[in-house]
Design a protein around this ligand. Structure first.
Ligand SMILES: CC(=O)N[C@H]1[C@@H](OP(=O)(O)OP(=O)(O)OC[C@H]2O[C@@H](n3ccc(=O)[nH]c3=O)[C@H](O)[C@@H]2O)O[C@H](CO)[C@@H](O)[C@@H]1O
Length: 363
């Protein structure tokens, strides 16, 4: 009888980055995988997993939830769900409320935790809030730590995590990127967005982070518009459905150089990425994907846990100030394309994680 392994996820990036792990565990016969979906970002989550259905859909996010309410609800309900599944191991990814609530619930039940994308840090526990707090807290609770980069591994060792518990694997998001690059199927969503561009240059932009909402959003919108008009550079911007990001669409919808779209599937994003002259984003995953493909990146943040790309010169921090965004974009467009990199992984992270988990289960 195979041991049961619970995988807990709730957002688009978790779905995207955990699918390769689920596939590797299932194909390797490592365990009976049970996917527990929290419902943190239901629509975006479903868009990332068209081919697999969660074993449990908890639907925990409720309209108008004040900050922190989801976390409290998720920690309690995930404990019940895990009690029901009774796994030998619980896997969480990254730094979301679902990941932290899942780790808390597992820890309370004495279920060992594996943390995928462990060790990402900024120098400040308040930035990004609450993700930095979540990933530091998960590191205190986890038994297996899968670090995507040497810097992430070193962060964990510096925090006193036992070296035997830290495994350098690469980021599973790059596994997903590599398989998307090899997928020959056409992407109607990408074709539609590219039809207005022809074979000209464009910038791919996404904005979703908490620190860019409210007052900062106006600076981000003005910065994006300045970049488009200063460089006659069309911008493709797949929107994030969060209601407090709607002002971004309101501010940019009349701009002839800016194409707004609903969130698009990952295959479409990758088709656009490989063609883009520039990426302007506050997304962690897009920083990793663009850096892997050698696309210059302007990061709409003042701190990033993906400093490997910044130190390599292929990404620049600009925050939400319009002039800083404009000048960073000018510098990065000047640099042009970089050679591809394996800064964030080589595309084989998930098999490494599955092998380590298999070993640990046999211990
Ligand atoms: C703190 C931070 O900076 N962000 C965190 C956030 O992810 P992150 O910031 O990456 O969240 P996003 O919503 O940007 O998801 C990124 C992924 O979604 C894809 N995409 C994006 C737009 C779109 O329309 N369609 C689409 O498929 C991108 O290709 C990328 O792979 O949660 C992740 C999971 O814990 C963490 O790894 C990140 O650290």
């Amino acid at each position: 009888m195979l041991p049961t392994i619970a995988v807990i996820a709730g957002t688009r990036p978790e779905a995207l980055k955990l699918l390769p792990v689920i596939d590797a565990l299932r194909h390797g016969g490592v365990g009976a995988v049970r996917l527990i979906a929290s419902g943190q970002h239901q629509t975006l989550f479903d868009q990332m997993l068209p081919d697999i259905a969660p074993d449990m859909e908890l639907g925990l996010m409720q309209e108008g939830d004040p900050p922190g309410r989801f976390l409290a609800r998720a920690a309690a309900v995930l404990a019940e769900a895990l009690g029901h599944v009774d796994p030998a191991l619980a896997i969480v990814q990254g730094d979301t409320a679902t990941a932290y609530a899942g780790a808390l619930a597992a820890f309370r039940l004495g279920i060992p935790i594996a943390h995928v994308e462990a060790g990402l840090r900024t120098a400040s526990i308040a930035e990004p809030f609450p993700e930095e707090l979540f990933r530091r807290a998960i590191a205190r609770l986890a038994t297996l730590h899968f670090a995507p980069t040497p810097r992430a591994r070193d962060n964990l060792l510096a925090e006193g995590v036992a070296s035997g518990a830290v495994h350098l694997t690469g980021n599973t998001g790059i596994d997903r990127l590599m398989s998307a690059l090899e997928d020959p199927r056409p992407s109607p969503a990408a074709e539609a967005l590219l039809s207005g561009i022809g074979d000209g240059r464009f910038a791919l932009t996404t904005v979703h982070r908490r620190e860019n909402r409210g007052k900062a959003l106006e600076g981000v919108a003005r910065g994006i518009s300045k970049v488009a008009h200063a460089h006659a550079l069309p911008v493709i911007l797949p929107l994030h459905p969060a209601p407090d990001l709607q002002p971004l669409a309101d501010m940019l919808c009349g701009d002839p150089l800016i194409q707004l779209s609903a969130p698009i599937d990952h295959a479409a994003i990758v088709r656009l990425l490989v063609r883009a002259a520039l990426v302007v984003t506050d997304s962690g995953g897009l920083q990793e994907e663009a850096a892997t493909l050698g696309i210059p990146v302007v990061v709409l943040r003042t701190r990033t846990e993906r400093m490997e790309a910044v130190e390599d010169g292929r990404a620049m921090l600009a925050g939400s100030d319009p002039e800083a965004i404009l000048s960073a974009a000018g510098e990065m467009l000047e640099k042009g394309r970089f050679p591809r990199s394996t800064l964030f992984g080589d595309g084989a992270a998930a098999p490494r994680i599955a092998a380590r988990i298999a070993e640990w289960l046999r211990r």
